[in-house]
Design a protein around this ligand. Structure first.
Ligand SMILES: [Zn+2]
Length: 87
């Protein structure tokens, strides 16, 4: 009876090792694919500097995304909008 339990435990451990080996490979492949496509740059509409998506501060206006180099530029952009469209 004890032998049967030990056999079951060994099968269970082997099963867990196989599952962890097969599931560990998938996230690594996805990370490599994402790295290639994310190197886009955007122009800051306030000061004209080009920034990558990672560094940019993203502000939304009228459903569009605007990319800024700093919070100062984001606030300047919002101030300009407030003055030009008082609605
Ligand atoms: Zn800027």
């Amino acid at each position: 009876m004890i032998r049967f339990l030990v056999m079951g435990l060994l099968f269970y451990i082997g099963y867990r090792i196989i599952i962890s080996l097969t599931s560990a490979k998938k996230p690594l492949q996805k990370a490599a694919e994402n790295r290639d496509s994310s190197e886009e740059t955007y122009r800051d509409p306030v000061c004209g500097v080009y920034i990558s998506e990672k560094e940019a501060i993203i502000g939304r206006h009228d459903g569009k995304r605007h990319h800024f180099c700093s919070m100062n530029c984001l606030e300047k952009y919002r101030e300009q909008l407030d003055h030009s469209s008082p609605s």
